[in-house]
Design a protein around this ligand. Structure first.
Ligand code: HEC
Ligand code: HEC
Length: 243
């Protein structure tokens, strides 16, 4: 299974110093040995890219889209064309610092669209850097998943990828749902219990058919972002709402 090649690479790079027993090879007089022993694998897994993914889903995906192609659910209602992060020619010519500056100060400061807000008021410098790292992942046309067997829990997935529309308790009152003025059916035991596991799995994996109109067209397809186990776990979580 080559689902997670990038994450593996990130993990391997991050683990390299651990495997080699010294964390601060360049530090004069630094002691090789257990310098890195306090570093836990979970700290390693929170790479910049992964932090960026979470922030991206919360703040950017609504316009830029899950794959970064500029076709997020909110994009169609904007007068401006949303930047397409999958455009390699354009983004290869932009440095990380330039992207950072754009995200921090926004479109107007750069003579571009007002719809691209300055995120410097909302996000910390480190967080902006993480979104830049994740834009690079999208630009390489990769998707970033949790490592097999150590993926995100149902709660984490819901918090990162669903809550902005479906709301904390599944009532359909998330921030993005409000922004898009979506009237969403709440997750209730009555509705969800009437669905088979396969049906729910299919909705989460694929969203609704691309020709669906109205509110349903806003449900993204998660098949390329979440692993099978993660989809199963998040479904178990939403089935528990209201019980
Ligand atoms: C409300 C919609 C909206 C949201 C939300 C949004 N963007 Fe944008 N973004 C745009 C639009 C529109 C453009 C195109 C601006 C232009 O070219 O005039 C853009 C352009 C960009 C660019 C391209 C800069 C360039 O060099 O041309 C970057 C990078 C970017 N956005 C990052 C982000 C990040 C990171 C987030 C989340 C933290 C985000 N955007 C959230 C609408 C949005
Ligand atoms: C951009 C907003 C958005 C995000 C993010 C989102 N959804 Fe949805 N989802 C919707 C909309 C809109 C519907 C259709 C609601 C309706 O029919 O009233 C929907 C429907 C569903 C349904 C079917 C519910 C029903 O009553 O038929 C399930 C299950 C679901 N989503 C799961 C998820 C999961 C799990 C996640 C996170 C991994 C997620 N959604 C993320 C917008 C979103």
């Amino acid at each position: 299974m080559m689902r997670y090649p990038l994450l593996r690479a990130v993990l391997l790079l991050a683990l390299f110093p651990l495997l080699h027993g010294c964390d601060r090879v360049n530090e004069p007089g630094g002691l090789p040995g257990n310098a890195a022993s306090s570093e836990t694998p979970s700290a390693v897994i929170e790479s910049d890219e992964l932090k960026g993914l979470k922030l991206y889903l919360g703040y950017c995906f609504v316009c830029h889209g899950q794959k970064g192609d500029g076709r997020g659910p909110y994009a169609a209602s904007l007068s401006a064309r949303v930047a397409d992060f999958t455009d390699r020619t354009y983004f290869n010519a932009r440095t990380d610092d330039e992207l950072y500056d754009f995200i921090s100060k926004g479109g107007i400061a750069h003579g571009k669209s007002v719809h691209m807000k300055p995120f410097g008021f909302q996000l910390l410098p480190d967080q902006i850097r993480s979104t830049v790292a994740y834009i690079r992942v999208l630009n390489r046309h990769e998707s970033l998943d949790g490592p097999e067997g150590a993926g995100f829990s149902g709660e984490e997935i819901y918090r990162n990828s669903c809550v902005m529309c479906h709301g904390k308790e599944g009532a359909g009152d998330g921030r993005v749902a409000k922004m898009l003025n979506l009237k969403m059916r709440p997750f209730t035991p009555e509705t969800l219990d009437s669905y088979s596991g396969a049906k729910l799995y299919n909705i989460v994996e694929n969203g609704y058919p691309s020709d669906s109109t109205g509110v349903r067209s806003y449900m993204p397809a998660w098949g390329s972002t979440l692993s099978e186990q993660e989809i199963i776990d998040v479904i178990a979580l939403i089935r528990s709402f209201g019980k």
